[in-house]
Write a protein that binds this ligand. Structure first.
Ligand code: MTE
Ligand code: HPA
Ligand code: MOS
Length: 755
C-alpha cells in the first residue's frame, strides 16, 4: 500500500536538494567556461587592453573584447547606454570590458584577474549629492500632482518636514547568475539562461550576435531566486555566453561565484528624500509634498520605471487631497541599480510613513491614530487619476485592530517602558496599497501553449518563470481547475522562446495573473472543441456539458476525460491551443501622468513589536501580525510563504543589510560575512490572516497578486525599533535613516552623531 506524498514531486525535489537549476545542467562535451575581466576603476578611459598575461594561463583559449561583437555592442532595454563590453571608457568598478574563455572555470577566473588596460582614471560621482552637483541626471525630474499644494499649506493646523535616507540591498538569490550557450548545427544558438526575462535575453542576444530571433532559442528553467535581480541583469551573462559560443563555435558557460556576482550586479536603489506633510486640526492629511532622489548607478537599466513606481506609491494607502511629489534619478559611477521586489514602491512608502511619524511626534499622539484616520476609502482618487475601487485599507486595518488589538498593544508598551530602564519596547503599524500591473502598459500581455496528449495528460508552457514564488503551481492549478482534472495530470514546462514568443518578464507580481490568464484561455479554447464530441458521447446538448473531476458530464451521464480525448483524436479534433491574454482597460499617459495604470490594488496591514536593549544597542523584532488582502487564494501555503518571505526580506533591508563601498567605489560588502541577511534566529514569529473576501474579477480566478506587496510590511521593523529607541532618546523620532543596524541603534542611543 502506498501513502500519498506530503508534497508535490517538484517541491519534494526542491526540499531534498534534487532540483536542477541552470548551473546544475550537465555540461555538454567540450564546454568552455568564461568570466569577464572587470573595471578596477569607478570611472576611467582606456585605449589598449593587455591580454598577454591572461593568455599565458594554461587552459585560457581566448580573450574577447568589444571588437569581437559582430553586430551591435548594446544590451540595454530602455535606453542605448549599456554596452556588453566597455569600449574606451568604464563607468563603475565591476563593469566588464573583456571576456576570458578557458577550458576550466579556474583558468577563466585566473585569467580574468590578469587582463588589464592602460587606464586613465577620471573623476567619479559615487553619491547622489555629487551626481546632482555635476548635473548627472538620467532624465528630467518627474512630478505627480493632485489638487493645489501651495494653497493648501495655508489650511493646515500643523506642517512637519524632514529628510530621509534609505539604503540599498543585495538580492542574494541563492543561485548566482548563470548562462549556458550552445551553438547549433544550423548556425543558430540555444541558450539556457537563469533569467526572469527570456524575451529580454532573446532580443539582446540577437542584437549582439546579429542572428535573427528565430535562430535563437532561450530556455529558462527554474531559478534559485530572482527577486528582480534577474529581470534585467541576467541578460549580461547570457549575452557574454552567446558571444563566446558564436566566436569559438563551442558550448560556453558563465557562472560567477558569489562575490563576483555581488560586485558586478546592481542592487536595490538607495533613496534620499525631503518631505512636508500638513494636517488639519482633526489630524486629517491636507497636503503632502516630497522630493525623491534615487541613486541609479551608471546606466539606465530599469531606473526610470522604478522611479515611476515610486511616484505611483508615494501616498501609500492614504487619501490626501493635495499632493506634489517630484522624483529625480541620479547617474552615479556605481553598478547600475535594478529591479528589486517592490520596484521603488517601498522606498516611496518609507518616506510617507516617515512623514506620518514626524507629525505624530509633533502632535504627541501615536502614529496609528493618524494612520487610521486617513486610510483610503471607496472613490478616493490617486494622484495619477485612478479611483480607489472598494479599497481594503480600512477593512484590513480594522481586522487587525479588532478587540482593540492595536490600542492594547500600545498601552502595554507604554506601561512597560514606564518601568523598564534597559529593555525598551516599541511598535509600528504599516498599511500597504500596491498597484498590480506592469506600469509600462504594453508588458501586460502573455502567451500560453497547452497540449493535451492522447493519454489525457496535459503539458503547459507559458512565460512564467518559477523562482520559488510558486507560479508554476498556480498555473498548474488554474489549468487543472479549468479542464476539470486532478493537478497531477497537468505538467508545467520550463519556458522556451520556441514554444511561447515575446513574453513579458516574470515580474511586477503579475506572473499568475498574466500567464494564468493565457493558460486558462488556451484551456477554454480546447474545451470549446471538445464540447461537441462530449455532447455526442453523452447524448446531450453541447451547452449542458461540464468538465469536472476528470470527466465530461451532462444530464447525469459522464464520460472519462481519457475516453473523450481518444474519441476527439479519432475525429481529428485539434488538441492543442496557443492563447494570448492582455489585461483589460489599462492605459496611462506619461505626459500628463494620468490614467488607469493598474488592474487593481492589493491592500493589507502589519503590526510589529520590537525590543531594544538600551545598554548594548541591539534590537529585535518580537512579533509580527498581518492581515493581508489575498482575495480567493489560489494556494494558501504558497501565499503564506510569499508573505513571510517578503516580510523577512523587507526586515533585513531595514535592520541588518548594509551595502558599503570604499571611497574609490569598490564594494566592501561582497560576501556573507560582511553583508548580514536575516537568519532563522533573527526572524520573528509571523502571524498571517487573510482578509475574507472574493478578490474581484481583475485577478485570476478572483485571487490577488502576492509577490511584492508584503515586502512593504518589513518597513514596520524600522518604525517599531525607532519607536522603542525614542522612548529612551526622544530625538531619535526625527531620524529616518535606514537601515537601523545595531551600530546605528547604538549611535542613536549613545552617540553624538545626530540626533
Ligand atoms: N519569491 C521567491 N521565493 N523568489 C523570488 O525570486 N521574486 C519576487 C516575488 N517572490 C521572488 C519571490 C518578485 S520581485 C516578484 S516580481 C514576484 O515574486 C514575481 O513572481 P510572480 O509575478 O509570479 O508573483
Ligand atoms: N514592475 C516590475 N518590473 C517592471 C515594471 C514594473 O512595473 N515595468 C517594467 N519592468
Ligand atoms: Mo519583481 S522586482 O518585479 O522582479
Amino acid at each position: 500500500m502506498s501513502t500519498a506524498p506530503l508534497l508535490p514531486s517538484s517541491l519534494q525535489n526542491l526540499a531534498q536538494g534534487k532540483t536542477r537549476f541552470t548551473s546544475d545542467l550537465s555540461l555538454p562535451q567540450g564546454c568552455l567556461h568564461a568570466l569577464p575581466a572587470t573595471s578596477p576603476h569607478a570611472h576611467a578611459r582606456f585605449s589598449q587592453i593587455d591580454s598577454a598575461a591572461a593568455l599565458a594561463v594554461p587552459g585560457v583559449r581566448a580573450i574577447l573584447t568589444a571588437a569581437d561583437i559582430l553586430r551591435r555592442n548594446d544590451i540595454s532595454n530602455l535606453a542605448h547606454d549599456e554596452p556588453l563590453l566597455a569600449e574606451q571608457e568604464v563607468h563603475c568598478v565591476g563593469e566588464p570590458y573583456a571576456l576570458v574563455v578557458a577550458d576550466s572555470i579556474e583558468a577563466a577566473w585566473q585569467g580574468s584577474h590578469l587582463v588589464t588596460a592602460d587606464w586613465t582614471p577620471l573623476p567619479a560621482c559615487l553619491d547622489m549629492a555629487s551626481a546632482l552637483a555635476a548635473g548627472a541626471l538620467l532624465q528630467p525630474p518627474r512630478t505627480f500632482a493632485l489638487g493645489d499644494v501651495d494653497t493648501a499649506w495655508g489650511c493646515c493646523a500643523i506642517v512637519v518636514s524632514g529628510t530621509v535616507e534609505i539604503g540599498s540591498a543585495e538580492h542574494l538569490y541563492m543561485e548566482t547568475q548563470c548562462a549556458l550557450a550552445l551553438p547549433r548545427d544550423d548556425g543558430g544558438l540555444l541558450l539556457h539562461s537563469a533569467t526572469q526575462s527570456p524575451s529580454g535575453v532573446h532580443k539582446a542576444v540577437a542584437t549582439i550576435t546579429g542572428l535573427p530571433m528565430h535562430a535563437i532559442e532561450v530556455v529558462a528553467g527554474r531559478l534559485g531566486g530572482g527577486f528582480g535581480g534577474k529581470e534585467e541583469q541576467a541578460t549580461l551573462w547570457a549575452c557574454l555566453a552567446a558571444l563566446a559560443a558564436q566566436r569559438l563555435q563551442q558550448p560556453v558557460r558563465l557562472w560567477p561565484d558569489r562575490s563576483d556576482d555581488m560586485r558586478i550586479t546592481g542592487k536595490r536603489h538607495p533613496y534620499q528624500a525631503h518631505f512636508k506633510l500638513g494636517l488639519d486640526a482633526n489630524g486629517r492629511f491636507v497636503a503632502y509634498e516630497a522630493q525623491l532622489w534615487q541613486n541609479a548607478g551608471w546606466c539606465t537599466d530599469l531606473s526610470p520605471a522604478i522611479l515611476e513606481r515610486s511616484l505611483f506609491h508615494a501616498t501609500n494607502a492614504y487619501a490626501i487631497p493635495h499632493v506634489r511629489v517630484t522624483a529625480h534619478s541620479c547617474r552615479t559611477h556605481l553598478p547600475s541599480n535594478t529591479a528589486f521586489r517592490g520596484f521603488g514602491a517601498p522606498q516611496a512608502i518609507f518616506v510617507m510613513e516617515s512623514a506620518i511619524r514626524a507629525a505624530a511626534h509633533q502632535l504627541r499622539c501615536p502614529p496609528e491614530t493618524l494612520q487610521a484616520r486617513n486610510l483610503l476609502r471607496d472613490g478616493d482618487v490617486f494622484p495619477y487619476g485612478m479611483c480607489a475601487q472598494q479599497p481594503k485599507a480600512e477593512a484590513s486595518w480594522q481586522m487587525l485592530a479588532r478587540e482593540n488589538g492595536i490600542a492594547t498593544c500600545r498601552q502595554r508598551i507604554t506601561a512597560w517602558n514606564a518601568t523598564q530602564p534597559r529593555y525598551r519596547k516599541g511598535m509600528a503599524v504599516v498599511p500597504v496599497c500596491f498597484g498590480i500591473a506592469f506600469t509600462a502598459t504594453l508588458l501586460n500581455q502573455a502567451q500560453a501553449l497547452v497540449h493535451v496528449y492522447t493519454d489525457g495528460s496535459v503539458a503547459v508552457t507559458t512565460g512564467a518563470i518559477e523562482m520559488g514564488q510558486g507560479v508554476h503551481g498556480k498555473v498548474q492549478r488554474i489549468v487543472a481547475e479549468t479542464l476539470g482534472l486532478p493537478v497531477a495530470q497537468v505538467q508545467v514546462m520550463p519556458t522556451s522562446t520556441l514554444r511561447v514568443a515575446n513574453v513579458s518578464p516574470t515580474a511586477a507580481s503579475t506572473g499568475a495573473d498574466l500567464n494564468g490568464g493565457a493558460a486558462r484561455q488556451a484551456c477554454l479554447d480546447i474545451l470549446q472543441r471538445l464540447r461537441p464530441v462530449a455532447a455526442a458521447l453523452l447524448n446531450a446538448p453541447a451547452a449542458e456539458v461540464m468538465f469536472l473531476e476528470g470527466h465530461a458530464h451532462a444530464q447525469q451521464a459522464r464520460v472519462p476525460w481519457n475516453e473523450l480525448i481518444a474519441q476527439a483524436y479519432r475525429q481529428r479534433i485539434h488538441l492543442s491551443a496557443l492563447a494570448h491574454y492582455a489585461s483589460a482597460n489599462l492605459h496611462f499617459d506619461p505626459q500628463r501622468n494620468q490614467g488607469q495604470p493598474f488592474a487593481y490594488h492589493v491592500y493589507g496591514t502589519a503590526l510589529m513589536e520590537a525590543t531594544v536593549d538600551v545598554l548594548l544597542g541591539t534590537g529585535r523584532i518580537d512579533a509580527v501580525r498581518v492581515v493581508h488582502d489575498i482575495g480567493h487564494s489560489l494556494d494558501a501555503s504558497t501565499d503564506r510563504g510569499q508573505i513571510e518571505g517578503a516580510i523577512v526580506q523587507g526586515m533585513g533591508w531595514m535592520t541588518s543589510e548594509e551595502i558599503r563601498h570604499d571611497s574609490q567605489g569598490r564594494l566592501l560588502t561582497d560576501n556573507l560575512a560582511s553583508y548580514k541577511i536575516p537568519d532563522l534566529d533573527s526572524s520573528p514569529p509571523i502571524e498571517i490572516e487573510f482578509l475574507p473576501h472574493n478578490g474581484g474579477p481583475a485577478g485570476i480566478l478572483h485571487s490577488k497578486a502576492v509577490g511584492e506587496p508584503p515586502l512593504v510590511y518589513g518597513l514596520a521593523a524600522y518604525f517599531a525599533l525607532q519607536d522603542a529607541i525614542t522612548s529612551w532618546q526622544p530625538q531619535a523620532a526625527a531620524v529616518f535613516r535606514a537601515p537601523l543596524t545595531s551600530e546605528a541603534i547604538f549611535g542613536l542611543l549613545h552617540g553624538n552623531d545626530p540626533p
